[in-house]
Design a protein around this ligand. Sequence first.
Ligand code: SAM
Length: 315
Amino acid sequence: MSLPEAFTERLEKIVPHEQFDAILKTFDAPKQVTFRVNTLKSTAPELEAELQLAQIPYERVGWDFGRLEGIYRISPEDKLRLTQTDAFYDGRLYIQNLSSMIAPLLLAPKPEETVLDLAAAPGGKTLMLAGMMENTGWLSAVELQRERFFRLCDNLKHQGVTNAHTYMTDGRSVGKKCPEMFDRILLDAPCSSEARFKTHEPKSMSYWSVHKVKETSKLQRRLLLSAFDALKPGGKLLYSTCSFSPEENESPLQHLLERHGERLKTVPLTLPFDNVQKPLQRWGKEVYDERIQNAVRILPTDTIDGFFICLLEKR
Ligand code: SAM
């Protein structure tokens, strides 16, 4: 099945012209599989010993990113065998795309902090936040959808997370209920998931429409305002989506800056790879605040999914 025509037309206007064809191809091919050690249950050397014993050829993802270790890639053909290992069953490793790992790494929570994950299920990023907090402090994980909420709870338990408090509630209400309570907030917002489209999986694209993108944008704006309200002065807020549409990325940030711009700054980001693009300066009738230029649009490759990230700090 081919990509929705309206989607490709819009994408061509968003990504760099010379990379458009290569980017389109990434929707066809199966991606390399990436995973990381769950530091709450194991260490990189222990996991590597298990992988060697299971005879699964792996490659270390050598990111120069603090003291990070324990991130690996394998070819798609080995994925089934990886999911049959004890390490997978017992939660000593977690399969996750590299761009998803970047969000918690940039938010960089510390042990003993108060952290909120405002749209958390199935919980891949919550698990990573808990690992970085070494299961200390207070980690609130919010999810609205019932089924996804229970999947989140199972995931956290299975992976040995003990510092998380889970709430099945609407993230839009959290800012008013918990004003200025959190040191760090992750809003990995519900989105139209454009970066997860796969031409060999028609279901991945079946719900998409420009109308849906615009509706999602309204929800994202309200979640972002709620996250701002819940953030302590001096605290950090990371906004991310797995969509390309400016309505879901630059626009909600613009909306936030128009309301609370005097209390916010954006933080310049350095990523450990170069398939990135600066945010757009304008889209349609909208002209975006200069500060949004510090955000990053990750462009998809055969390993990395497309993603958008902005890190904000409250004055
Ligand atoms: N961060 C997650 C991870 O890495 O596993 C993925 C989060 S996903 C992009 C967004 C989540 O937000 C979905 O599970 C969706 O059900 C949830 N959601 C949608 N609307 C919400 C709302 N109003 N409040 C809280 N969560 C919401």
